[in-house]
Design a protein around this ligand. Sequence first.
Ligand SMILES: *Cc1c(COP(=O)(O)O)cnc(C)c1O
Length: 408
Amino acid sequence: MSGKERPWGYRENLHGKNPDWELHPDTESIRAGLSRSGFGETGEALYLSSGFTYSSAEEAVASFADETDHFLYSRFHNPTVAMFEKRLAALEGAELCAATGSGMSAMFTSIACLVSQGDHVVASASMFSSCYVVLSEFLPKWGVTVEFVTGSEKSDWEKALSRPTKAVFIETPSNPMLEIVDIAMVSELAHKVGATVIVDNVMASPILQKPLQHGADVVMYSATKHIDGQGRVLGGAILGSADYINNHFQPFARHTGPNLSAFNAWVLLKSLETIGMRVERMNSNAQAVAEFLASHSKVSAVNYPGLKSHRGYEINARQMSGGGTTLSFEVKGGQSALFAVMNALKVIDISNNLGDSKSLITHPASTTHRRLAPELRAELGINDSLARLSVGLEHSTDLIKDLEQALK
Ligand SMILES: *Cc1c(COP(=O)(O)O)cnc(C)c1O
């Protein structure tokens, strides 16, 4: 659909009764994108259909020539997926959104649709490990050079972005070290050398951080995390300008098929209705848990951008409303002491997922980040006594009591 606007405007939900004021994001996350069928259903319809029919051969021809008012095939578009895309775009404040089957398909496609052999990409080194594998192993295999920098070091960025660059990829806060990258600073440097700035905003969620407002060009999500946030489905999304989605993403994606299933889109649409409440509560729970851990004698370090002791505290306060829902911490006594604490927890589960309503703890060095070389793990600070804790929606007093008894 190169060069064309995606179909189906954002406000069908209001049946022509478009408010003449800007809706609050909490309202957008419930109302935006709803396209009702003739039955006038309250809940969003689930269109489990791979294909669509035409009333005549001529209509099929016209639809292929101008896709703006007819669905063709669910690898390209689907009405339920389109509702999810519109709702998330409204919440993010992006021109367009494209949904994908997982966070990794969003990450991979967001870069793959831009680069060619010989191109240069710059990324901050501290990130989700599968993203690191895509950048450090797959792109170089296809003749793209990828340079990693320390995300918090301005001089590193200045050096790396002193030559033409196609794309910049940053994750802030990063997983699992919660390092902060200054989105506005990096975007300014990147734009001078022609780079498209892509932000993995998974750890922050669309509720706490809006990278496009700080100068980034593209935002990607694993919808599996806070967007679903209830441990049910995998999903992903890419948001950006109409030019990026229509002229870069779509021509690549429609032939490579990273699309989201209609069923998962339907689950995620309902999740968006509660994301604001959920993330705000998880964020305040995480702040309380981080403060408790920081004051505990058996805890040697806490990484949480909502603590004044965090090195990225000030930059984070400028670009994110809160410290987020996830923190990492180290216990005295190394891996065996940490495993004893994890095994003694009675409420918090051991799991490598995050952004869930259930609080989840994991040991990155031996699970999510085990694939990284030991030297790189050491450089990033992912040592054996580090745990990552995704704080959920349980009452914060129970989470603190649970950690307190386990640390004994
Ligand atoms: C989970 C995650 C991803 C990948 O998402 P999936 O839905 O698991 O494919 C990418 N980036 C970050 C920061 C993540 O936490």
